[in-house]
Design a protein around this ligand. Structure first.
Ligand SMILES: Cc1cc2nc3c(=O)[nH]c(=O)nc-3n(C[C@H](O)[C@H](O)[C@H](O)COP(=O)(O)OP(=O)(O)OC[C@H]3O[C@@H](n4cnc5c(N)ncnc54)[C@H](O)[C@@H]3O)c2cc1C
Ligand code: FES
Ligand code: FES
Length: 471
């Protein structure tokens, strides 16, 4: 079967015998001898393995975590590692130079990852403020230098507009990606149409469907699992589309968080803030809302928001498409209504109507790059000071993301006031019996969920301590 082709620091690579689910990190270090890319955590948390890619069909450089990508996902892409920045004449790239002059490194283990994250930032075309620098570095950990000197280096380097010193970028963009690849007894399918994807799904109903791989990648990276067949979804154009009409957004299941963010933050600002807190840029550049729904975690961040917004999923299988309300999709812990021969095609998210407001709050131990303990999402319709409708959903409070029906009932028809909000909050104990685990006790979850109602009230009333509460 066909080989996997990509450029690596400007050189064409064609691989025909590498396992499709070997991690890109292992491939770079062990097969390509590029040991500048480091392995720290092997689970997407530390940024030591950051590389930069122009993915198949994309036109921008993005930082990604090599430990969670598999070799199959490199097909058709342009890949740049830290070694690729200094190829020309041994001159340091401006990010590298700034790290040196600003004393941004001590032990140096994390440094290549920082350089690559900042290199992607420098080429992103963004206006580089301190906030943007912090966002770009939220996925990179340094334990010894301290961030001040690294942020200084970022300010210096990113004030210089991007000079692309990568060879043959245009050529690499035209590299065709293969539909199928086999090596070491493993099959890797990367269909390009939805019909072809469904056909593979029907043929191999037990094969993992790989999207960004920011959940599934752990099976390859940490658990070293080798599946006989893997089906990749992100080469299917229909699944990458985001469409907007007067009343809704339809987000393809394989569209990344980075791609969806501009649409979401323009309509539901607080949902946009939440998305910016999912993992890090490296995670959001490949991770998808479709994957967040598909993994059916009770603490996934987007499902409570999407349920509160009354979103509808389109599932597609061999007999065509069907629609299901997202709240009905989650049946039990990690159990969904998806049939074995179906895929999630897209999620349709209604826009806010007259008098509707939406807020979501994520409670986690750290602001960035942390899994939620509890997440609350609220869509209220307010007319003349009365709550005429309420859709409220929580994550981290049950085996599935779930609506707070009792709280909704308590609030609906009430005059908008702190008293009404506190009464609605009291109903939380009837709606949920959360679990106790290492992340949070049941009592804490109940308490914090109830307190989110008060925060909602203060937020809508313009209290100035709500931002502080967000931290
Ligand atoms: C460092 C790190 C930080 C993270 N932080 C957060 C966080 O803050 N909040 C949060 O919610 N999550 C977080 N995650 C989890 C993960 O990033 C998200 O769940 C993400 O949305 C998964 O999307 P993906 O495309 O990478 O999914 P994948 O890993 O590719 O797939 C996830 C699951 O969805 C299924 N799936 C994918 N596409 C489809 C489809 N079209 N149809 C049917 N099933 C499908 C897959 O088969 C798999 O079971 C984090 C992960 C990491 C590694
Ligand atoms: S090795 Fe830590 S993020 Fe990849
Ligand atoms: S320089 Fe980053 S961990 Fe030491």
């Amino acid at each position: 079967m066909a080989a996997i082709s990509f450029t690596l620091n400007g050189e064409l690579r064609q691989e025909s015998s590498v396992s499709p689910t070997m991690t890109a990190l292992d491939f770079l270090r062990e097969n390509a001898g590029l040991t500048g890319t480091k392995e720290g955590c092997a689970e997407g948390d530390c940024g030591a393995c950051t590389i930069v890619m122009v993915r198949n069909g994309a036109d921008r450089l993005e930082a990604v975590m090599a430990c969670l990508l598999v070799v199959g996902q490199l097909d058709g892409a342009q890949v740049v590692t830290v070694e690729g920045l200094t190829e020309r004449g041994g001159e340091l790239e401006s990010v590298q130079q700034a790290i040196v002059t600003q004393d941004g490194t001590q032990c140096g283990f994390c440094t290549p990852g920082f350089v690559m994250a900042l290199y992607a930032l420098r080429h992103s075309g963004e206006t580089v403020t301190d906030e943007v620098i912090h966002d770009a570095l939220a996925g990179n950990l340094c334990r010894c230098t301290g961030y001040r000197s690294i942020v200084d280096a970022a300010r210096t380097a990113c004030s210089v507009s991007g000079k692309d010193n990568i060879n043959s970028r245009d050529d690499s963009n035209t590299l065709p990606a293969s539909d199928a690849y086999e090596a070491g007894g493993q099959l890797y399918f990367a269909p390009k149409t939805i019909d072809a994807l469904i056909a593979r799904r029907v043929e191999y109903p037990d094969a993992p469907l790989l999207s960004g791989g920011t959940d599934l990648g752990l099976l390859f990276s940490k658990e070293r699992q080798k599946f006989p067949v893997t089906i990749y979804t992100q080469n299917v154009d229909e699944l990458r589309r985001i469409e907007e009409d007067d009343t809704s957004f339809t987000i393809g299941a394989a569209a990344t968080y980075t791609e969806a963010l501009p649409y979401i933050e323009a309509e539901y600002a607080s949902f946009g803030v939440l998305i910016r807190r999912i993992g890090s840029r490296q995670i959001r550049n490949v991770g998808t809302i479709g994957g967040n729904i598909g993994n059916a975690s009770p603490i996934g961040d987007t499902p409570p928001c999407l349920i509160a917004l009354d979103s509808v999923l389109t599932l597609r299988g061999p007999n065509g498409a069907r629609e299901i309300s997202l709240e009905d999709f989650f049946l039990d812990y990690r159990k969904t209504d998806l049939a074995k021969d179906e895929i999630i095609e897209n999620v349709r998210v209604p826009k806010l109507g007259n008098g509707q407001i939406f807020r979501t709050y994520k409670i986690s131990k750290r602001y960035d790059q942390d899994i939620s303990s509890v997440i609350g999402a609220f869509r209220l319709t307010l007319e003349n000071g009365v709550v005429t409708a309420a859709r409220i959903a929580f994550g981290g409070m049950a085996a599935v993301p779930k609506r707070a029906i009792g709280c909704e009932a308590a609030l609906t028809g009430a005059v908008w006031s702190e008293d009404a909000v506190r009464q609605a909050a009291a109903a939380i104990e009837e709606d949920f019996s959360p679990i106790d685990d290492h992340r949070a006790s049941a009592a804490y979850r109940l308490r914090v969920a109830a307190n989110l109602f008060v925060r909602l009230y203060r937020d809508l009333e313009g209290a100035d301590d709500v931002e502080v509460m967000a931290l």
